[in-house]
Design a binder for this molecule. Structure first.
Ligand SMILES: *[C@@H]1O[C@H](CO)[C@@H](O)[C@H](O)[C@H]1NC(C)=O
Ligand SMILES: *[C@@H]1O[C@H](CO)[C@@H](O)[C@H](O)[C@H]1NC(C)=O
Ligand SMILES: *[C@@H]1O[C@H](CO)[C@@H](O)[C@H](O)[C@H]1NC(C)=O
Ligand SMILES: *[C@@H]1O[C@H](CO)[C@@H](O)[C@H](O)[C@H]1NC(C)=O
Ligand SMILES: *[C@@H]1O[C@H](CO)[C@@H](O)[C@H](O)[C@H]1NC(C)=O
Ligand SMILES: *[C@@H]1O[C@H](CO)[C@@H](O)[C@H](O)[C@H]1NC(C)=O
Ligand SMILES: *[C@@H]1O[C@H](CO)[C@@H](O)[C@H](O)[C@H]1NC(C)=O
Ligand SMILES: *[C@@H]1O[C@H](CO)[C@@H](O)[C@H](O)[C@H]1NC(C)=O
Ligand SMILES: *[C@@H]1O[C@H](CO)[C@@H](O)[C@H](O)[C@H]1NC(C)=O
Length: 763
């Protein structure tokens, strides 16, 4: 493909986007956006500690503010473009005098990329931020690095002399800018600036930044490349005045904020008319070990990010990552296209919601392995997840649960490996409660359990969640490992549900911010589905009497629940039994759709569907009658339960309107006010993985009549019988979308335009 043709098609797409966005809200930014202007653009978002965003409000250009850590503190990342000697800022908000601001023309995002186009005099600059999502490759997914690539081209047909500059500050390694950092630059085929805190403490955070490990800013050696370390004012002035750096290193190690040391890379792109090859940088943050995990006997194990098993040194990992750029971009584009195509089958608004959620959800987790005396143990994979922003808990069961559709869509084995830490811990006998644990540790990255049993108690919630996710994982993979290994624990939790689910005691649900409540209708739903899930699990274990017993218990509970939970006028379910005026989103019914049960009568779904339409507020459907705020994850889950496409689309449309209304600047918050469209609290949380609840292949709909949805071979286990789905047993290998199949998906729309252009440039 010719570069010029690709670029022309990109500009045409930008014009289409302009026309489209003009029809949208009045508070839209002055540049074109696609698919919409989000609350914050992900820039480098790969792990709880590599999480760099550009907050938007009603529009913040790439050079109108500093990039920020998810929690809001600045991550110094500055960029200049020098065109025929005139310097323009394109990234960050550096204060050196001289440069003017490049003018942002467009901003776009996909599931893996955020791409900005800015005009600097006679040159247009594409700044493309790629944070790979690699669900099928544990080495690549666990490599905590992102790309920034820069491409310049003339916009007036004339040739222009172009130099590019970027730097990062030491803010990338600390949540406390008064701490001392040190740094080195290594020069070879790859030029890498490495910066870290001088005092390293394992497993310790300051303002949610890890106080351990190092940041790495790198590029491949190339003609015209220069580098330098030193104070922000010195380096930026040097570039602004001369267009090159001095290839020198500042060894006066000092505090992050003491004359602000920065780590810069610059490149002379020569005389530019047509698009240049991309100037590609990688930014990463890595540490070793990564997570502390409790095993038998209270022993604390150090666990490491999976990617270390593939490389002898961090330099090797960086070298691979930079050399892999073209392939990574092509994989990312295929992934983006598949997501966009699958989301488009739901509705036109849905794709943007999903695309904005994917990097955020993936970046909350880290894939780890252990070490033996002979080396890495890649058979021992555990995935850990930080409950970002609501608190720092590790592997919160009711945070994994809302995000579950993301793992089902991308790779259910990730879901399994997220459940294993809590399962393994609870069979050691160190956790004293008879119900499921809430989380594996009060603060990430420690997964040290709760031997005192004093974790936040959500007994009904978590027992139901574990049973539902266990069965769901099996249905999507045919993998019986959890069921076979933890049968006794699963049954223990089922006994708890049989005792407690029908008449729920006064307790909190996952929506703990709303406080405790007795007799919660929605919690009872979860508990009953949990019992029914165990019936299926018992069947898979060949325990047919037990299975029949649990099925009949679940069925009898549903009948009793229906009269307890329906309002006196029969128009809706209540929030809690007997309170005729109360109601809520009964999002736990999604679990029944997910598992393919036919337990709750269709009349319940129809009643709720009709009711929701009567309670919608300007910006969406309130979570329940206690407040007018709502949750985005539960809204999309509820959308997947309603019996009317119109109502489903009202739910999706509400989340789209909230996400694109220009009133917010936090990385996609899942908790907002339906009367104002403003964030109530929370940000950057993995629960946005729940926005994939409607994606193709997650639910056993008729159109997904694949072998994915399994039942026991002789059909006695009952699932999905009446829906007629999944009558043949898959082999383990055809339960997943293969990577090659994924790459064959046709690229659509502007995603193809952007990616095609960047890929084309690499050829
Ligand atoms: C929208 O932009 C205006 C003008 O820049 C600013 O005053 C206002 O605070 C912005 N609103 C939000 C929610 O960021
Ligand atoms: C920087 O600090 C780290 C951690 O204390 C130490 O291992 C390293 O040797 C120091 N590097 C330099 C260049 O002083
Ligand atoms: C760029 O163009 C200028 C002016 O035409 C010329 O003097 C210079 O040699 C060119 N530089 C390169 C690297 O080709
Ligand atoms: C919970 O509901 C049951 C069944 O209606 C009822 O007997 C019980 O009194 C309720 N509990 C409270 C505290 O209201
Ligand atoms: C179904 O399969 C299970 C496990 O193989 C077996 O125990 C059971 O007897 C079978 N039931 C029927 C009706 O064939
Ligand atoms: C069904 O299960 C419950 C709870 O485990 C148990 O109490 C009851 O005895 C079982 N009934 C039969 C018929 O096995
Ligand atoms: C619900 O409404 C019915 C019928 O009016 C009434 O009998 C019942 O007491 C009401 N429940 C509450 C808690 O007010
Ligand atoms: C019924 O629910 C509403 C809204 O959730 C609440 O304000 C009210 O106090 C509840 N009434 C009783 C009797 O619990
Ligand atoms: C599944 O795939 C693996 C790896 O490609 C292969 O070794 C194995 O034989 C396959 N199993 C089946 C049942 O096809």
């Amino acid at each position: 493909m010719h570069l010029y043709a690709l670029c022309t098609s990109l500009w045409n797409l930008a014009l289409i986007a302009l026309t489209m966005s003009a029809q949208l809200a009045s508070a839209a930014p002055s540049w074109t956006t696609e698919p919409f202007s989000p609350p914050a653009y992900p820039l480098a978002v790969r792990s709880p500690y590599l999480s760099c965003w550009l907050p938007q409000g009603n529009g913040t250009a790439l050079n109108a503010d500093w990039p920020r850590f998810w929690e809001g503190s600045i991550l110094g990342w500055a960029g200049y473009i020098r065109v025929d000697g005139a310097v323009y800022t394109f990234l960050g908000s550096p204060s050196v005098s001289g440069p003017t601001l490049a003018v942002q023309k467009s901003a776009m995002f996909t599931s893996t990329q955020s791409v900005f186009i800015l005009t600097a005099g006679g040159v247009d600059l594409i700044a493309a931020f790629l944070s790979p999502v690699e669900p099928d490759d544990m080495v690549k997914q666990s490599t905590p690095f992102s790309y920034l690539s820069l491409i310049a081209q003339s916009n007036d047909g004339a040739s222009h002399s172009v130099q590019l500059y970027t730097d990062i500050s030491a803010e990338w390694v600390s949540g406390d800018n008064s701490l001392i950092a040190n740094w080195t630059t290594s020069i070879g085929d790859i030029v890498t600036h490495q910066v870290q805190l001088q005092d390293q403490t394992h497993y310790s955070e300051a303002s949610d930044h890890i106080q351990h490990g190092a940041a790495y800013y790198s590029t491949k050696a190339a003609t015209g490349l220069t580098y330098q370390t030193g104070s922000d004012q010195n380096l930026r002035t040097q570039f602004v005045q001369n267009g090159v750096l001095l290839n020198t290193q500042d060894t006066d190690y000092r505090a992050v904020n003491d004359d602000w040391p920065v780590f810069a890379l610059a490149r002379d792109m020569g005389n530019v008319t047509s698009a240049t090859e991309p100037f590609v940088m990688s930014i990463g943050h890595a540490r070793e070990p990564a997570v502390q995990y409790i095993v038998s006997g209270g022993v604390l194990q150090d666990r490491s990010l999976y990617f270390w098993s593939a490389y002898a040194t961090i330099a090797d990992a960086i070298s691979f990552f930079l050399n892999d750029y073209a392939s990574a971009l092509s994989r990312a584009t295929a992934f983006d296209s598949k997501v966009a195509t699958d989301a488009a089958e739901v509705s036109s608004s849905y794709g943007g919601i999903v695309a904005l959620s994917i990097r955020q959800a993936f970046a909350a987790m880290e894939i780890t392995i252990s070490k033996t005396s002979t080396g890495w143990n890649t058979d021992d994979v555990l995935v850990f997840l930080k409950e970002i922003s609501s608190n720092g808990n590790t592997n919160t069961v009711d945070v994994i649960f809302p995000a579950w559709p993301l793992y089902l869509y991308t790779n259910p084995t990730i879901g399994k490996n997220l459940l294993l830490p809590a399962l393994q811990y609870q069979v050691t006998g160190q956790y004293p409660n008879k119900w499921s644990i809430h989380d594996m540790g009060a603060h990430y990255p420690r997964a040290i359990g709760h031997n005192d049993g004093q974790d936040e108690a959500m007994p009904l919630e978590e027992c139901g969640n574990m049973l539902i996710m266990t069965l769901s994982h099996y249905q999507h993979t045919g993998d019986l490992y959890i069921i076979n290994s933890y049968a006794q624990l699963l049954d223990q939790w089922t006994q708890y549900l049989i005792e407690e689910a029908l008449i729920p005691a006064n307790q909190i649900s996952t929506d703990d911010f709303a406080g405790p409540l007795v007799n919660q209708t929605n919690l009872a739903i979860k508990g009953i589905i949990g019992i029914r899930a165990m019936a299926e699990i018992a069947c898979l274990l060949g325990q047919h009497e037990k299975s029949a017993n649990y099925t009949s218990i679940a069925q009898s509970y549903v009948a009793q629940w229906q009269s307890l939970a329906t309002s006196f006028d029969g128009r809706h379910l209540t929030l809690s039994y007997g309170n005729n005026t109360s109601w809520g989103l009964t999002y736990n019914l999604y679990a029944e759709k997910l598992l393919g049960f036919n337990l709750f009568p269709q009349s319940v779904y129809d009643m709720q569907t009709a009711w929701y339409q009567t309670v919608i507020q300007e910006w969406g459907f309130p979570l329940d009658t206690r407040h007018t705020y709502t949750k985005t994850d539960w809204s999309i889950w509820t959308a997947a339960t309603v019996s009317s496409t119109n109502v489903r689309d009202q739910f999706i449309g509400a989340i789209y309107n909230y996400a694109s209304n220009g009133k917010n600047k936090a990385p996609f918050s899942d908790w907002y006010e339906t009367t104002t469209g403003e964030v109530t609290g929370f940000r950057a949380r993995p629960v946005v993985g729940g926005h994939l609840a409607l994606m193709k292949g997650v639910l056993p709909t008729a159109s997904a009549k694949s072998a994915k949805f399994k039942r026991a071979e002789n059909g006695t286990c009952g699932i999905l019988q009446s829906s007629g789905v999944g009558t043949s047993l898959p082999t383990a290998n055809n339960t997943r979308n293969s990577g090659s199949k994924r790459r064959e998906v046709m690229m659509t729309g502007w995603i193809a335009g952007v990616a095609g252009m960047v890929i084309g440039l690499l050829r």
